[in-house]
Design a binder for this molecule. Structure first.
Ligand code: ARG
Length: 468
C-alpha cells in the first residue's frame, strides 16, 4: 500500500466511495494558479525567515513554475487520485525535486492554504466582473446617448402610463449596474486580507512573516484572528449574493428585451447573430439569449442559498463541510462572466425600432394627466373636477377611436368651452415628456444630465483602483 502523504494514522487503503465523495480535485483544480502562487510566496517567506535554505527555496520555486507550465499546457492533467489540488501539486513537486518539496508545508496547513487560494480566486473574480460591468454600462450609456429622441410609453403594471424617452429607460439599467459595481468593489475591499500563515486554526510557532506573504499576494494586510480566518467564507457568500442581485437586474432587462422583441411590441429586433431558429417553424426567430439570462437568476440564487445553508451553525474552525463552498462559487462566477459578455454584445447589435415605439405612444392617452393639470393651472378648476372633465375628453377620443393627443380643438371645446389652442400643445406627447423636467425626470435636459453624470463616473472608475 502506498503511504498517504496527508495521513500518518490511516493504514488501510480508502474505500473507492470515500474517494468519490471526499476528493475535491475534480473541481478544485480550478484553483491551480492560485495554489502555486500562494505556495511560492509561502516558500519565499520561509526562506527569508531562515526556515528554508536559499537552495531549497530556489528548487521549490522552479519546481512550482514547471508544474504551472505543465498544467497550462495540458501535460499534467490533474485527473489523478489525489484528494485535492493542494495534495496534487505538493505530490508532484516532491516527485520532481525530492526532499525540498516535503519542506514546503512547514508552518502551513491546508486550512489556511485553501482559504488563501479561494480568496485569491474570489478577489480576481470580483475584479473581472467589475471590468465587465463597466464595459456593459458604457454600452448602455452609448445606447441611451443615441436614443434620447426616441419616445415610447413608460409603463406601470405593464400598462401605458406616461411618455418617456428610450435613453431614459436604458439609464434605469445603467443605474442598477452602477450599484452592482459598487457592491462588488465594496466586497473586494472588505475581504482584501491575507489568510496565509494562520495555519490550522491557532497560528504557528515558527517565526513567520505574514505581512510579507500578504504583500506578495496583493492583499492589503494579513487578517487578525486566525481562528476566524480559517472558518470564514463571508467573501464567498458576498460574491454569491452580489451575483444573485446582478442576475436579478439582468433578468429584468432580459424580460423587457423578450417582450419588446415580440410581434405585438416590435420595439427592438435582436440581431441574427443573437437569435435562434425553431426546428419545426421555419419563420421563427427566438430570443434564446435573454431567456437564458433571465433563467440564470434561478441558478445564482440556488448557489447562494446552498452556501448559506452549508455555513449556518458550523462550529469553528475548518470543517469538511466547507469543501462544498467551491462549486457554487465557480458556477455563479462562470455564469456571471459569460452573461455579462453576451449581454454587452447583444445590446450593441440590437436594432431599436423607433416607429413602433412612437406609434405605441398614441395608445393609452398618455398625456391625459397633463391636460387635467392644465385645467387646474390655467383655468383654476379644482383638480377633482379637472380629472372628470379630462375623463370625458378621454371617452370622446375612445368613441372616435383616436388618442387624446389626436383630437381637434373643437372636440375639446365641446366638453370644456374655455379650452384654447394651448390645450392642444399640452396634449402633444413630446411636450408632455419634456415637461417632466424635475431632477431625475425624463425630459431631454434631465436625461442628458444623467448621461453626463454616468460618463463622469465611468471615467473615474476607469482611472481608479479597486483597492482605494
Ligand atoms: N479540499 C479541502 C477543501 O476544499 C481543502 C482543505 C482541507 N483541509 C483539511 N483539514 N481537510 O476545503
Amino acid at each position: 500500500m502506498s503511504k498517504k502523504i496527508a495521513s500518518a494514522r490511516i493504514t488501510e487503503d480508502s474505500s473507492q466511495l470515500l474517494k468519490e465523495l471526499n476528493n475535491s480535485l475534480p473541481f478544485d483544480r480550478e484553483l491551480y494558479r492560485e495554489d502555486i502562487e500562494g505556495s511560492k510566496a509561502h516558500a519565499y517567506m520561509l526562506y527569508k525567515n531562515g526556515i528554508l535554505s536559499k537552495h531549497e527555496f530556489r528548487s521549490i520555486e522552479s519546481g512550482l513554475n514547471e508544474i504551472r507550465d505543465e498544467i497550462d499546457s495540458g501535460e499534467f492533467r490533474l485527473d489523478g487520485d489525489d484528494e485535492d489540488i493542494h495534495m496534487a501539486i505538493e505530490q508532484r513537486l516532491t516527485h520532481k525535486i525530492g526532499s525540498a518539496g516535503k519542506r514546503l508545508h512547514t508552518a502551513r496547513s491546508r486550512n489556511d492554504q485553501v482559504a488563501v487560494d479561494f480568496r485569491l480566486y474570489v478577489q480576481r473574480s470580483n475584479r473581472e466582473i467589475v471590468n465587465l460591468l463597466i464595459k456593459l454600462i458604457e454600452t448602455v450609456v452609448d445606447i441611451a446617448d443615441s436614443s434620447i429622441e426616441i419616445m415610447l410609453p413608460g409603463m406601470t403594471h405593464l400598462q401605458h402610463a406616461q411618455p418617456i424617452n428610450f435613453g431614459y429607460h436604458m439609464l434605469a439599467y445603467a443605474s442598477m449596474f452602477k450599484r452592482d459595481v459598487e457592491r462588488f468593489k465594496s466586497s473586494y475591499r472588505r475581504n482584501n486580507y491575507s489568510p496565509l500563515g494562520c495555519a490550522a486554526l491557532a497560528g504557528t510557532s515558527y517565526p513567520i512573516d505574514r505581512g510579507l506573504t500578504s504583500d506578495m499576494l496583493g492583499f492589503r494586510e494579513p487578517t487578525l484572528n486566525c481562528l476566524d480566518t480559517v472558518s470564514d467564507r463571508d467573501f464567498a457568500l458576498e460574491i454569491l449574493f452580489n451575483i444573485s442581485l446582478l442576475f436579478t437586474h439582468i433578468s429584468r432587462l432580459s424580460e423587457e428585451l423578450i417582450i419588446w422583441s415580440s410581434s405585438e411590441f416590435n420595439f427592438i429586433t435582436l440581431s441574427d447573430r443573437h437569435s435562434t431558429g425553431s426546428s419545426i417553424m421555419p419563420q421563427k426567430k427566438n430570443p434564446d439569449i435573454p431567456e437564458l439570462l433571465r433563467a440564470k437568476s434561478g441558478r445564482a440564487n440556488g448557489n447562494l442559498v446552498a452556501l448559506l445553508t452549508v455555513m449556518k451553525s458550523l462550529p469553528l474552525a475548518y470543517n469538511k463541510d466547507m469543501q462544498e463552498d467551491k462549486e457554487p462559487v465557480f458556477d455563479s462566477v462562470k455564469n456571471a462572466t459569460i452573461s455579462l459578455k453576451i449581454l454587452d454584445e447583444m445590446l450593441r447589435d440590437m436594432n431599436i425600432n423607433r416607429d413602433s415605439m412612437e406609434r405605441a405612444t398614441l395608445v393609452g392617452h398618455l398625456s391625459a394627466t397633463d391636460l387635467a393639470d392644465h385645467l387646474v393651472k390655467r383655468l383654476n378648476i379644482p383638480f377633482r373636477d379637472a380629472y372628470h372633465i379630462t375623463g370625458e375628453i378621454v371617452n370622446l377620443a375612445e368613441d372616435r377611436g383616436v388618442d387624446i393627443s389626436e383630437l381637434q380643438l373643437k372636440d375639446l371645446q365641446s366638453i370644456e368651452p374655455k379650452l384654447d389652442g394651448e390645450a392642444l400643445e399640452i396634449l402633444d406627447n413630446r411636450r408632455c415628456m419634456d415637461s417632466r423636467d424635475s431632477l431625475g425626470g425624463t425630459s431631454t435636459e434631465q436625461t442628458l444630465k444623467q448621461i453626463d453624470s454616468l460618463k463622469d463616473w465611468l471615467l473615474e472608475e476607469k482611472r481608479g483602483d479597486l483597492d482605494v
